[in-house]
Design a protein around this ligand. Structure first.
Ligand SMILES: Cc1cc2nc3c(=O)[nH]c(=O)nc-3n(C[C@H](O)[C@H](O)[C@H](O)COP(=O)(O)OP(=O)(O)OC[C@H]3O[C@@H](n4cnc5c(N)ncnc54)[C@H](O)[C@@H]3O)c2cc1C
Length: 480
């Protein structure tokens, strides 16, 4: 194991969207920043499980930190999408109501969103719903139309922050788990699975593990809960355009955070989900139960009837959500150490990532971290050239520049060797790392055809044997 960083001004613990957004925000300044992530790659915690919906803010109450952060992020996101070439589709959202009680809750949600100046909101009736979405359940009597909602490619969002922060000098250490923290002579001495790091400041962005990490320093100011699992089903592209908008409906008209969802994904698949109280058996529980699988299919039918969803399922997964005993975002210096900053986010952390990054920088600055803006900060990042997103003329140009873009490795998702090599150059070390950056393996065959070839490419580019290549890090070798 190679270990390089011994001292750093700021140590960020956790390479999810929160830690990476903080890393990118800090990389504008002349301070040394190190990010440690326990997994082999970034974004493999809650960020990967996310539906990747950019929420306009109607579900969060005025006065909450979450809603303030949504409002701030609404100001910042457009520029980031442009500068970092983030894959984002503005789809709009329809929140359906099937009863008088639900219509009343649409009005409350509309008011909540108006309080942060979300534009274009409208309560629409049956005729307009049908015009916008002909396949939706005709029993819906009204809908809240929110045109500013949209969907990200969550993996690309994470990669964009990661690549740009690294380009601007943030040291990224994967496979590095924090196991102990001691405060001594005005410094944090952080024990990791790869050795010791000394840091003047710590940002705790460990997601589900944020309470555990805080406890290591004796700075546990909150309690993280992950009581229930969220199960999501991905349906193939044949159903990708059955709805054009994010379509939701309340599961409980009094709790706006409990809803059912059918949304097109950035890459033209369909994602379905319903809030379901399935207890999690522990912090690593990701099992999909048949009961919730069936309930998710059934709830999708109440949004879009007469579709055989089950026949089109290509993948299913479950994720845990880090909620906390305050019921809001926690972005603050710890009570015990002003230099130990918590960034513990319940949903919608994807939506709020830009504001959280900025807020953490302000807290560090206010708590004594001297910061001068760099003159050579590069705000831009380009995405990986991709066959599926390119026009025939663009494909021709890609292939002319590098013939490997002309050889398709993943047939389901039309991913070329050129894209896979580029993903490896940008930091993918595993099959999942390649998959999340390029989509190789995300199609119908789920790596059955392309898996061996991606493994061979990883081995060749990384100068390793094929037997050393893993699906997702230590202990998951693809070939035994
Ligand atoms: C099913 C689901 C759907 C969601 N849908 C949406 C949505 O549509 N829109 C939206 O805005 N939000 C959504 N969210 C919420 C959003 O995904 C989270 O708020 C956000 O991803 C939190 O990011 P994070 O970086 O704080 O946490 P994480 O992504 O969990 O990252 C924390 C990281 O810390 C690392 N780590 C933990 N302990 C250690 C340690 N000791 N040492 C080193 N590293 C460590 C972990 O490995 C992990 O990578 C959803 C969440 C779920 C579960």
């Amino acid at each position: 194991m190679i270990f390089v960083a011994k001292t750093t001004d700021v140590l960020i613990i956790g390479g999810g969207i929160t830690g990476l957004s903080v890393a990118r925000a800090l990389s504008k300044y002349d301070v040394s920043v190190t990010l440690v992530e326990k997994e082999a790659d970034v974004g493999w915690g809650q960020s990967k499980a996310s539906h990747a919906v950019r929420h306009p803010g109607a579900r969060w109450a005025p006065g909450t930190i979450a809603q303030q952060m949504i409002a701030e992020s609404n100001q910042l996101m457009a520029q980031l999408i442009e500068d970092l070439h983030i894959e984002y589709k503005k789809t709009g959202e329809l929140v359906l109501a099937f009863s008088k009680e639900e219509v009343a809750s649409l009005n409350i949600m509309k008011k909540q969103a108006e309080s942060i100046k979300v534009g274009g909101l409208e309560i629409i009736g049956k005729g307009e719903i049908r015009r916008l979405e002909p396949n939706i359940n005709p029993a819906a009597v009204a809908a809240l139309y929110m045109p500013t909602a949209g969907v990200f490619n969550p993996f690309d969002l994470v990669s964009a922050f990661f690549e740009n922060a690294r380009e601007n000098g943030v040291r990224m250490l994967m496979d590095t788990r924090v196991i102990g923290i001691v405060f001594e002579k005005n410094k944090f001495i952080v024990e990791t699975s790869c050795g010791e790091i000394r840091a003047n400041y710590i940002v705790n962005a460990a997601g589900l593990f944020a309470e555990k990490v805080a406890r290591m320093a004796g700075a546990e100011d909150f309690h993280i809960t992950y009581d229930t699992k969220a199960t999501c089903l991905i349906l193939d592209t044949l159903l990708g355009d059955i709805v054009q908008h994010i379509v939701t409906a309340p599961n409980d008209p009094k709790t706006f955070l409990r809803y059912k969802l059918a949304t097109p994904t950035f890459h033209g698949k369909l994602l379905i989900y319903t809030s379901f109280s399935e207890p999690a058996k522990g912090i690593e529980d990701r099992a999909v139960s048949k009961r919730v699988f069936d309930a998710t299919l059934k709830s999708a039918e109440t949004l879009i009837p007469d579709v055989d969803f089950e026949r089109h399922v290509v993948a299913s997964y479950a994720g845990l959500t880090a909620r906390n005993d305050r019921g809001d975002f926690i972005v603050e210096a710890s009570r015990k150490y002003p230099a130990f900053v918590h960034a513990a986010l319940p949903p919608p952390g994807i939506t709020c990532s830009p504001a959280v990054g900025r807020r953490v920088v302000e807290i560090l600055q206010n708590n004594g971290l001297g910061m001068t803006e760099k003159t050579n900060f590069n705000p831009y990042r380009t995405s990986i050239g991709s066959l599926i997103k390119s026009t025939p003329a663009q494909i021709e140009a890609l292939v002319r520049e590098d013939a490997r873009y002309g050889r398709v490795v993943c047939r389901c998702e039309k991913v070329s060797e050129g894209e896979i090599i580029e993903a490896i150059k940008r930091g993918a070390t595993t099959l999942d790392g390649v998959k999340f950056r390029t989509r190789a393996g995300m199609g119908r065959c789920q790596t059955n055809y392309c898996g061996p070839e991606v493994t061979a490419l990883l081995a060749r580019e990384r100068n390793l044997g094929v037997e050393d290549i893993t699906k997702k890090g230590c202990g998951s070798n693809y070939i035994h």
